[in-house]
Design a protein around this ligand. Structure first.
Ligand code: AGP
Length: 606
């Protein structure tokens, strides 16, 4: 989604805006722009494409300002071109926006009827004209801003400049995140802590509906009713170390390699390592719980599916997992005795947030498994189950996925114990298995060279099929999602048992078939699926483990042997091979691995 930065500063602002926008690139974008006060007027510089295009514009036409705003745009209304790039201007007002204004068409018609002329196709430009029109009635800037916000339907995070008000940036958030960064004699506004990280680690997270007036010496926050409010100042570790790629070519590569540490830190927050018992934070009574409803999107949804297998199998507790964008519109039959768990790396995904709010409105207790612990979801649920893998920058989720699965495994153990399904000894055994998982993940990552060799072949494929059974059927979905979202090769993940019900028609000698088969209860059936596929010329990449390789049918084109693991953690161990395969195929294809086309790290619009 779009990225926003605003600086009421005391030094040249152009380079600072660019530095911040570079930290927001991971959100995905297709154009960028900045604006600032130059001699009492507001000047803009905008460019289509990557930030280096904007830097070239600034090189040719410097922006000599100390206060300004910046934006990376992920197109919703209007094509990704300079005309539609933010910042947008209406009269004295210039602003940047993240979100979608749902009633912009009627507002635009009203403004055109009043004689306003528009330069762009965006919903954002309407907001600038609205504020300007309110100013023209004589309202003070803050009142004109509030009057405008009250007329908007939809989601927004805004940063606003008004000509003649050089010691002021106005900001507001509804449905899209926005933070204030506290500086010394200067103040900052950004989409998240990373955006203001180069300038301060003192961050104030605005609440839903808040709006704010920033000046050099301070800021005033107001809630949706217009009342002045105070919000907590948090010191946020946005150390540049977390943000650098280190010796990796891409953030995704670094984040794949960060998984052992990320899972280890996460697991440590959910178990008592001394006594090898589950120690899940938050007051959820798993014994009394009748059902769990998981809502999520993309890879987070797949982590939820893995959780379903493990929680139902271990705790005999019903779990439904649903794509959030479907769930929220189908009038699901919900019961108050259930727990809704939102799964979300960003904690801002619009569909997941809406589904979560739907369940809360039905009286369900709510929890979120989340990486961004100050996100909207984290601040709206009853129970926060954080993952501790650090900021995930690559658009394709890797370390957050395995950290989410780690939490689901811990929940499964805790629920099983609370419901009397396992005794102390079994709880300790399972917790020890979980504690060993990071080492096995590290070993699996060690397969990278072998997987790199496969990648060149897979990169030539037009279609790729991923098959698995049990929790591996979920991992088949994840393998396919990883490959298609960063290499742009069409891929499908299927429950292997479904092969004969259609997908086997796809099998020919041009189609790589990745079969995920650790040596578990489903192994024999997966092995027979492999034979069926090979009998039809299928090119099988058999991903198994050191036990399974002893029993694997002959004839696979490639066998990848991961370390053997307990079924409880095999999805953690088998994730690395499929992530590495997707990564290296994308590298072979020269794709933009960290910022794949059309994608955003956090989809904060429907
Ligand atoms: C995963 O690789 C994708 N980037 C995408 O599917 C992502 O998982 C999805 O958009 C959900 O994001 P969230 O976890 O931040 O809610």
């Amino acid at each position: 989604m779009c990225g926003i930065i605003g600086i009421v500063g005391n030094q040249p602002v152009a380079e600072r805006l660019i530095e911040s926008l570079k930290r927001l690139e991971y959100r995905g974008y297709d154009s960028a722009g900045v604006a600032g006060f130059v001699g009492g007027r507001v000047e803009r510089r905008r460019a289509q494409g990557k930030i280096k295009a904007l830097e070239a514009v600034l090189e040719a036409e410097p922006l000599a300002a100390t206060t300004g705003i910046g934006h990376t745009r992920w197109a919703t209304h209007g094509a990704p071109n300079v005309k539609n790039a933010h910042p947008h201007t209406g009269g004295r007002v210039t602003l940047v926006h993240n979100g979608i204004i749902e009633n912009f068409a009627e507002l635009k018609a009203e403004l055109i009827a009043a004689g306003r002329v528009f330069q762009s196709d965006t919903d954002t430009e309407v907001i600038a004209h609205l504020i300007d029109a309110e100013l023209a009635t004589g309202l003070a800037p803050l009142d004109a801003f509030k009057a405008t916000l009250d007329r908007l339907t939809g989601a927004y995070a805004l940063a606003v400049l008004i000509e003649g008000e050089e010691d002021l940036i106005l900001g507001a958030r509804r449905g899209s995140p926005l933070v204030v960064g506290e500086g010394q004699g200067e103040m900052f506004l950004g989409s998240d802590a990373l955006a203001v990280g180069p300038f301060t680690n003192r961050v104030v997270y605005l609440d839903e509906g808040d709006y704010v007036a920033l000046g050099h010496d301070g800021y005033r926050i107001f809630d949706t009713s217009g009342a002045r409010v105070e919000r907590a100042v948090r010191v946020v570790p946005t150390s540049s170390v977390m943000l650098e790629k280190g010796n990796y070519r891409h953030f995704m590569e670094k984040e794949i390699h960060d998984q052992p540490e990320g899972c280890q830190r996460t697991i440590a927050a959910y178990v008592d390592t001394l006594n090898a018992t589950a120690a899940v934070p938050g007051d959820v009574d798993f014994a009394a719980l009748e059902r769990i409803q998981i809502v999520a999107c993309g890879t987070s949804y797949i982590a939820g599916v893995v959780g379903k297998y493990l929680i139902e199998q271990l705790a005999d507790l019903p779990v439904d997992v649903e794509i959030a964008s479907e769930f929220r519109y189908r009038t699901p039959a919900l019961r108050p005795g259930s727990l809704v768990i939102a799964m979300s790396q960003s904690g801002e995904t619009a569909d997941t947030l809406a589904a979560l709010r739907y369940c809360k409105a039905k009286g369900m207790k709510s929890a979120v498994v989340v990486n961004a612990q100050e996100s909207t979801m984290a601040r709206e649920v009853d129970v926060v189950w954080p993952i501790h893998c650090g900021a995930e920058i690559g658009v394709a989720s890797t370390k957050a996925f395995t950290a989410q699965v780690s939490v689901m495994i811990a929940l499964a153990i805790a629920a099983a114990k609370a419901r009397g399904r396992i005794d102390d000894a079994e709880e300790q055994r399972l917790v020890k298995v979980l504690l060993e998982a990071p080492r096995l993940i590290a070993e699996a990552i060690g397969l990278e060279d072998a997987i790199k060799d496969i990648a060149a072949d897979v990169a030539k494929a037009r279609d790729v099929l991923y098959l698995g059974r049990g929790p591996m059927s979920a991992l088949a979905l994840e393998g396919a999602l990883k490959l298609k979202e960063i290499s742009y090769i069409h891929a499908e993940g299927y429950a292997a048992g479904e092969l004969k019900h259609g997908p086997i028609a796809l099998v020919d000698d041009q189609t790589p078939i990745v079969i995920l088969a650790p040596y578990d209860a489903w192994f024999e059936k997966s092995a027979s699926n492999m034979s069926e596929v090979m009998a039809r010329g299928g090119q099988v990449i058999f991903v198994t483990d050191t036990e399974g390789v002893k029993h694997a049918p002959e004839g696979a084109k490639v066998v990848v042997t991961a370390p053997a693991s307990d079924p409880l953690v095999s999805t953690l161990v088998m994730s690395a091979p499929i992530q590495l395969l997707a990564y290296h195929v994308a590298v072979v294809k020269g794709a933009d691995v960290d910022q794949p086309r059309n994608l955003a790290k956090s989809v904060t619009v429907e």
